[in-house]
Design a protein around this ligand. Structure first.
Ligand SMILES: [Zn+2]
Length: 176
């Protein structure tokens, strides 16, 4: 009985580990993919600039927490996680066009995932060493809104990257 219970626990840990690892994977500084990328340290110089009060009024509590305070929405909570309509995903903060549905894929991690941004100038990739991890944060290059992180585990996708993006940071424009 006791043995059976630990076996179940062991299997549970084994089963849940990949999903945890998928979105919190540590990026080794030696990662060759990331060596070639322009990772910035600056969170300044954005063309859209508003006060916290103005952002809160515009975005509402949850989008404000994620976009302006670098929060994370709960996994599998976004309508965009399983949304496959053709169109363009825009920044919820400033409407900048960020990702195309053509590059969206099902990573199974609980957040909308893309293998590239619509244009390299639209997002800024920033070194993020919070929570004792070495990650690359992705923000909107126009308003600085926090979108998510980019990982090098977009296995099977062109370029091999996975932009793991909070759905609450995005809006959607349907293809005409
Ligand atoms: Zn923006």
């Amino acid at each position: 009985m006791r043995c059976g219970r630990s076996l179940i626990l062991y299997l549970f840990i084994l089963a849940t580990m990949p999903s945890f690892y998928a979105c919190y994977a540590k990026i080794s500084p030696a990662d060759t993919l990331f060596k070639k990328r322009t990772i910035q340290k600056k969170m300044t110089g954005f063309s859209v600039d508003k006060t916290d009060e103005q952002w809160m009024k515009q975005l509402g509590e949850e989008a404000f927490r994620v976009l302006r305070k670098k929060g994370t929405e709960p996994s599998f909570s976004s309508e965009y996680e399983t949304f496959w309509e053709p169109g363009i995903y825009v920044c919820k903060g400033c409407d900048a066009e960020l990702f195309s549905s053509n590059t969206k894929f099902d990573a199974g991690c609980g957040w909308p995932s893309f293998y590239q941004s619509i244009d390299k100038t639209k997002v800024r990739e920033i070194e993020d060493i919070s929570y004792n991890m070495s990650r690359v944060e992705v923000v909107c290059n126009a308003c600085g809104g926090h979108l998510g992180h980019v990982f090098s585990d977009g296995f099977g996708q062109p370029g091999g990257l996975r932009y793991c993006i909070n759905g609450v940071s995005l809006g959607f424009k349907k293809k005409e």
